[in-house]
Design a protein around this ligand. Structure first.
Ligand code: PLP
Length: 483
């Protein structure tokens, strides 16, 4: 670990002793001391006390500008007044019935007006939405295999927990025909065998998979923007190409819009990119801070549920509290005006970052789409998961802890994530964010240059011939200490 990173970590530990203590206590009863593996990181995660608007406070009373926003689930920001008002009213009139009510029709109408689907069912999490979408696709086609992209995350069920973050040592295979790699123990071999993996932004790898599995692939599932690798934008023609390949092969195209649905724009990815999927999965930000999800598609496919051919249920489905929050989101929060506001802030943030990156000579770029963005510590734009693997993790940690120590949670912890700008963020918030980055960036650039020079010196010492391509490679070498 290099000196400037060590100093940031020391500052972090000095500022957050109560989080350290709380984590230590949690570890006694809860694996990793956290409720989701994604929340664990070294030396320990920040424990939160309360949030309001675009900010939250930790147990030690430190205030943070929040661009984590529950891994992007809070486009509304914390405690949005419209959501709170709707929810408070419901809290006094019954929170669960397990019976139908009139908000179901209202919210279904709202969603079907924005997204190109005819019917939908509700659930509580993104995992549920993608799980049911995949099952429906299998039922509709009579096929078992699902094509997903290497590095994509679609939740925690067996059909999704494959090739999420595979390593070369796990035998991830050729980039044009990656091997399916289970993301941990307990995923049945049969589930792995039913996953066909392709490379994002590589239509030929998708074509190849269909050729190798004739009449066997039920659906292509993807995030229209790959968001498990920072932010990886689809190249021109990629989504249209997938649309064509799916149609040609009788497979369904599933857009997992758990992240993009509410954050990319008013009509989600299909509106943003002008490509119509067959199925859409929604969750996270549509609930305004409450557990709410939906999956939907054409009527003939949803009729498989109507005809009792495909089973769908759930005790918490359409509980009135989440539904009230969802209605407030679609009617009062996720408005065209809100998207205009967030887009304006996003432009300001991105331009500010770019200016600083250029000024300090950092080898990095800024990717952004809708409410999301990320500082990508790469010499050139990534196209897929394997490009993303090549990152200097210590440098990324330097960025993240440096920002946190200056009161800015620039994004969730982990270099596969991205920032979210909520409707409650302000111009002043963005100014503060940019000021913190300006403060951290020179040290980042210095560390990056020194680490590259050290690597070059090391290579020269070992008498290897150096060419520019190798230097680039060295600069983006992945630290293995945390993987
Ligand atoms: C694209 C995508 N799909 C599905 C999921 C799973 O959602 P949940 O955590 O609500 O189960 C996530 C969660 O991060 C996601 O980002």
């Amino acid at each position: 670990m290099y000196e400037d990173l060590r100093k940031e970590l020391e500052t972090f530990e000095r500022r957050t002793p109560k989080s350290a203590q709380a984590h230590k206590r949690n570890l006694k009863r809860i694996p990793l001391g956290v409720a989701s593996n994604y929340r664990a990181y070294d030396p320990y995660p920040i424990f939160v006390k309360e949030g309001q608007g675009s900010h939250f406070r930790d147990l030690d009373g430190n205030d943070y500008l929040d661009h984590n926003l529950c891994f992007g689930a809070l486009m509304a920001g914390h405690c949005h007044p419209a959501v709170m008002k709707a929810v408070e009213k419901r809290l006094h009139t019954g929170t669960m019935f397990g019976m139908p009510h009139d908000m179901e029709w209202e919210l279904a109408e709202e969603i079907c007006q924005r997204f190109p689907i005819e019917m939908l069912r509700f659930g509580s999490s993104g995992t549920e939405a993608t799980m049911h979408a995949v099952r429906l696709a299998r039922a509709a086609t009579g096929r078992d295999k699902i094509l997903k992209f290497e590095g994509a995350y679609h939740g925690l069920h067996d059909s999704a927990l494959v090739s999420v973050n595979p390593k070369p040592a796990e035998g991830y295979g050729d980039i044009h025909a990656p091997n399916p790699v289970p993301a941990g123990l307990g995923v049945p071999k049969a589930a792995v065998a039913n996953l066909v993996i392709a490379s994002f932004n590589d239509l030929s790898s998708v074509e190849l998979r269909f050729k190798q599995n004739p009449g066997a692939i039920a659906a292509i599932i993807l995030e229209p923007i790959l968001m498990n690798v920072g932010l990886c934008i689809p190249e021109r023609g990629f989504l249209n190409g997938l649309r064509e390949i799916a149609t040609k092969n009788g497979a369904l195209l599933i857009f997992d819009e758990v992240k993009t649905g509410a954050k990319l724009g008013w009509g989600g990815a299909s509106e943003y990119f002008g490509v119509k999927p067959d199925m859409i999965c929604l969750a996270k930000s549509i609930g305004g801070g409450f557990p709410l999800a939906a999956f939907g598609t054409h009527r003939p496919v949803m009729d498989l549920i109507s005809q009792h051919k495909v089973f769908h249920g759930g005790t918490y489905n359409t509980n009135p509290v989440s539904m009230a929050a969802g209605l407030a989101m679609f009617r009062e929060v996720l408005t065209r005006e809100s998207y205009a506001h967030v887009n304006k802030l996003s432009k300001k943030l991105v331009e500010g970052y770019r200016k600083t990156v250029a000024k300090v000579g950092l080898q990095a770029y800024v990717a952004s789409a809708g409410a999301n963005g990320a500082l990508m510590l790469y010499p050139r734009e990534i196209r897929n998961y394997r490009d993303w693997l090549e990152i200097d993790i210590d440098l990324w940690r330097h960025y993240w802890f440096g920002m946190v120590n200056r009161g800015i949670m620039a994004q969730p912890y982990w270099w596969d994530e991205q920032w979210t700008i909520s409707v409650q963020h302000t111009e002043a918030d963005i100014d503060n964010h940019l000021a913190a980055f300006e403060d951290v960036a020179p040290a980042l650039a210095k560390a990056q240059q020194e680490r590259a020079a050290e690597a070059v010196a090391h290579l020269q010492k070992s008498r290897s011939a150096i060419c520019p391509a190798m230097i680039l490679q060295i600069m983006s070498v992945r630290s293995s200490s945390l993987i």
